[in-house]
Design a protein around this ligand. Structure first.
Ligand code: 8OZ
Length: 373
């Protein structure tokens, strides 16, 4: 049996296997608070070694899509408490992905209909998902943002600190900082977006400043052993680009070594797409990225994601490419994915139409092996 199926100690958290449920946006939490259907969805998937929740807004301003959950109201904390209890009752572990979308939002989703905020005042060439007056959903162009002042950035760092404390109050085993996929932290990191001339723009060190202020605030509030981070060095998602990602992300993981986070989660290639996608003139070297973290004294567990299947996940862990492998879409359509991978059973097909929004169909109604007809 591969080491993929064996337990793993991630910081202070004991995982029963090395299979992680990746964060998956599902737009099924109206009012930004988890409901009974969401509790059932996570409970069904608690055999994962670790569940990373869907991206969860740290504030109303951090919201960018209709019906995604948050972690900034008493109702949301109460809802998440039920989710974490359900997962823990089944012996699972769960962290919450802390999210600020930055410019990937729409005025209709923002407090008082205001502009979304970002490192820049340039709009992203990207779509978001909003609700029409009749309650149905539609994709819309993201709105033009306004660039944050240095003072406001400090306020958002405090919002992250507060959200991390709320996560612990809600019973999570930790948090994942969403620094990937062209959202706010990535809008500071990537040179193709960040056009600032202050201490948060220009050099790699400056572009990474916001990320490290967030890391400092969260690790100060809840401890580094309960803090993970997600990076996507080359993804073009949400209009993100950087002409030279290798030195940027090498700097990030080297500096993260001093923090001893519980894990670093790397999306290899274009999110949900081509694993060999490249930005700049060279293929990105993910093994060199991991080596740089270790060489700098970093001991964070190394989690990989993007298009992994049974055989490639087994190879990744047994060859030492990664400690943990995150699966996204296979976990949507296979609540018992761990069992299916163990026994090399066939997987249920994904219902693409039911990915975002709606009810139990395509959400909590996928059959397990024992219930398959
Ligand atoms: C799909 C749809 C909406 C948001 C990400 C949070 O890409 C997301 C997301 C994915 O990280």
């Amino acid at each position: 049996m591969s080491r993929l199926f064996e337990p793993f100690k991630m910081g202070d958290v004991e995982l029963k296997n090395k299979i992680v449920m990746a964060p998956l946006t599902r737009n099924r939490s109206p009012g930004a608070a988890p409901n009974d259907m969401n509790i059932e969805y996570y409970r069904q998937r608690a055999d994962a070694g670790l569940i990373i929740t869907e991206a969860t807004a740290i504030t109303h301003q951090g919201q960018g899509y209709a019906d995604v959950p948050g972690l900034y109201t008493p109702e949301a904390i109460a809802g998440w408490k039920k989710v974490t209890s359900a997962v823990h009752e089944k012996g699972g572990k769960i962290v919450v992905q802390l999210w600020h979308v930055g410019r990937i939002s729409h005025t209709s989703l923002q407090p008082n209909g205001g502009k979304p905020v970002s490192s820049t005042s340039k709009a992203a060439k990207a779509k978001t998902y909003i609700l029409k007056a009749d309650g149905s959903g539609e994709f819309a162009d993201t709105s033009e943002p306004r660039a944050l002042t240095a003072e406001e950035i400090k306020g958002i760092v405090e919002d992250y600190r507060k959200a991390s404390k709320a996560a612990i109050e809600a019973g999570f085993d930790g948090v994942e900082i969403h620094a990937a996929n062209g959202y706010l932290i990535d809008q500071f990191l990537r040179s193709g977006i960040n056009d600032r001339t202050d201490a948060y723009g220009g050099s790699i060190e400056n572009r990474a400043r916001f990320l490290f202020e967030v890391v400092d605030a969260i690790t100060d509030a809840i401890g580094a052993s309960r803090t993970g981070i997600r990076l996507s060095p080359v993804t073009p998602a949400n209009d993100a680009s950087d002409s030279d990602p290798q030195p940027l992300f090498t700097y990030v993981v080297e500096k993260l070594a001093a923090h001893q986070l519980s894990y670093i989660h790397v999306i290899e290639g274009a999110t949900g797409g081509d694993r060999n996608f490249q930005q700049g003139d060279k293929p990105f070297d993910y093994d060199a990225l991991r080596a740089a973290h270790h060489k700098a004294g970093g001991k964070a567990a190394w989690m990989v994601n993007n298009g992994y299947q049974r055989s490639t996940a087994i190879d990744a862990v047994d060859s030492g490419h990664a400690d943990l492998v995150a699966f996204g879409k296979p976990f949507i359509s296979n609540p018992d994915l761990v069992e299916r991978l163990k026994s090399d059973a066939p997987l249920n097909q994904l219902n693409q139409e039911k990915l975002y929004g709606g009810g139990p169909e395509g959400y909590t109604d996928y059959p397990t092996l024992s219930k398959a007809s």
